[in-house]
Write a protein that binds this ligand. Structure first.
Ligand code: ATP
Ligand code: MG
Length: 381
């Protein structure tokens, strides 16, 4: 076990790295962040900010020499960097488990081979694979196998001809074509697996997306207890089958005919788990520190129903948001990530609102949103 004052390494300096750093600091650890961006949200508050590429040998060596353990905040960190670090210090999760989640084709094979249900799909690794597309897969979504996030690198397709065109438009790189399933809702589960193999999950979040980006998470999810239980069990089973150590998130589709399909695995804390900071005994970031340091897992119980709303750069387009809308609600908590440029679609922060039940929290969250910015349109949720 690693105890306070030890230096922990973080590959990636975005908001997830920042919230990890905040949790680590409050537990008495120091943090070194590797991120090439000189204005990275985590780098700004870390004890050490190494401004170098994720494959930079010198920077990796520095992390290996100064940190007792290293983790990551995003799945596109080169798996080889994690593998190289593992020769010198504790690395959780392993490069091998991150590599599965980095590639939608490997991920889907892993899931289906281990008995997890996914949306019907076909791997499109070369243009000729389009000849084998069955009609039942359309209309569908063509997704790049690697380096997609927030709905980027995806195209909606209704015919084989559209798949061919979209495959070229996405750079003729390996893709998966997924059938567009009929969604009753989307849920996710953040789970943790400790160094000793113990697993525990946080309560299920119900997620609403806008333009392919997470918009609102509602907890507890308004689904049956049976479905919630299945989702939590599946997320923990994914962690076990991956021989995972650390925090991961599993996103699910709940279809209108009641199936629970795994959408994807994120080998890190997740946007839909930010509610844990304000509404659970242990946050997903404290849990990440715990798993990294080999400490026992913290309790994951929900202390209050809660809703999280993402704040995208769009909210700033009409000037500074009307923050008094958040601060005026005693049950609301604002989290800003310290990003300098409020671009449309960029995650700048979030707020959470506690309530008597999920619907009450949602009503208060949406009332805040209505006042925050004239540009914050209210179609969803
Ligand atoms: P993120 O990084 O935000 O999770 P992503 O780029 O990994 O996004 P996906 O999770 O694959 O993208 O898809 C984003 C959203 O698009 C999903 O949450 C869902 O709302 C919708 N979506 C994706 N695939 C399907 C599908 N097969 N059927 C129906 N809806 C889908
Ligand atoms: Mg997703």
């Amino acid at each position: 076990m690693f105890f306070p004052d030890a230096m922990l390494g973080m590959l990636g300096g975005g908001q997830l790295g920042r919230m990890f750093t905040l949790a680590a600091h409050s537990m008495g650890y120091r943090v070194a962040v590797l991120d090439p961006d000189s204005r990275s949200p985590a780098g700004a508050i870390a004890d050490v900010h190494l401004k170098a590429a994720y494959q930079d040998r010198e920077a990796l060596q520095h992390l290996a020499d100064t940190c007792v353990a290293v983790t990551t905040e995003f799945e596109n960190v080169p798996a080889d960097s994690l593998r190289r670090l593992a020769a010198h210090c504790t690395v959780r999760p392993t490069g091998d488990s991150v590599a599965v989640a980095q590639d939608r084709i490997r991920e889907k094979r892993f899931l289906t081979e281990n008995g997890f249900e996914v949306a019907p799909y076909i791997a499109i690794e070369r243009a000729e694979d389009c000849d084998r597309i069955e009609a039942a897969l359309l209309p569908g979504i063509l997704k790049r196998a690697r380096f997609g996030y927030d709905g980027k690198g995806q195209a909606r397709v209704a015919s084989v001809e559209e798949v061919r065109a979209a495959y070229v438009a996405l750079g003729s790189e390996a893709c998966v074509l997924e059938k567009r399933v009929s969604l009753a809702c989307e849920v996710s589960v953040v789970a943790a697996r400790g160094a000793d193999g113990a697993t525990r999950s946080f309560p299920v979040a119900e997620n609403q997306h806008r333009d392919g980006i997470l918009d609102v998470s509602i907890v507890p999810a308004r689904v049956s207890a049976e479905l919630a239980h299945r989702a939590e069990a599946a997320a923990q089973a994914v962690a076990v089958k991956l021989d995972y150590r650390g925090v991961l998130a599993v996103e699910f589709f709940v279809t209108t005919d009641g199936a629970l399909l795994v959408n994807e695995i994120a080998p890190r804390p997740h946007n839909s788990g930010h509610y844990t900071i304000d509404a659970c005994t242990t946050s997903q970031f404290e849990q990440q520190v715990r798993t990294l340091c080999g400490l026992p897992l913290g309790d994951t119980r929900l202390l209050s129903p809660v809703v999280m709303v993402n704040l995208l750069g769009d909210v700033w387009q009409g000037g500074q948001p009307a923050w008094d809308a958040v601060f005026g609600c005693p049950d609301a908590k604002l989290h800003l990530y310290g990003k300098h440029e409020a671009r449309r679609g960029r995650k700048m922060g979030h707020y959470t609102v506690l309530g008597a039940d999920a619907d009450d929290a949602l009503a208060k969250a949406l009332a805040i949103r209505a006042r925050l910015s004239p540009d914050f349109n209210l179609e969803s949720a």
